[in-house]
Design a protein around this ligand. Structure first.
Ligand SMILES: [Fe+2]
Length: 123
């Protein structure tokens, strides 16, 4: 389920959704050492992602802004190419706000927030 940020930019996730994040991050943490390049590892360290809950995009933005001048833009799911490239042209990286379900842990067609944050934001 996609989520909209509230008036403070905070997205409320359920315990199950935060549990999915934790399970995915734990699994990736086993795979990343000796596989990821130094730039990715450095970015991941800077992001200092929470282990037990989905991070808030404003926390990600603090790091992205300070290091690259970019920020995230919350989107519900896949967006049109026009909107996608318009966001990129304005240094905004679209991040789908939903996370996959346990049934889809190994693979999901559409990029979810785990894919966006852990896959892309470190670099
Ligand atoms: Fe991607």
């Amino acid at each position: 389920m996609s989520h909209q940020p509230d008036s403070h930019g905070h997205i409320h996730y359920s315990d199950d959704e935060n549990g999915m994040w934790q399970a995915l991050l734990e699994r990736q943490a086993e795979q990343i050492p000796n596989r990821a390049c130094p730039a990715y590892l450095d970015g991941l360290k800077k992001l200092n992602l929470p282990a037990t809950r989905i991070p808030q995009l404003h926390d990600i933005d603090e790091v992205l802004q300070a290091t690259t001048g970019w920020q995230t833009a919350a989107v519900p799911a896949l967006i049109s190419f026009g909107k996608f490239f318009k966001l990129l042209a304005n240094k905004s990286f679209p991040v789908a706000t939903f996370i996959r379900r346990f049934d889809d842990m190994d693979y999901i067609e559409e990029p979810d927030i785990f894919h966006e944050i852990v896959g892309h934001c470190p670099l």
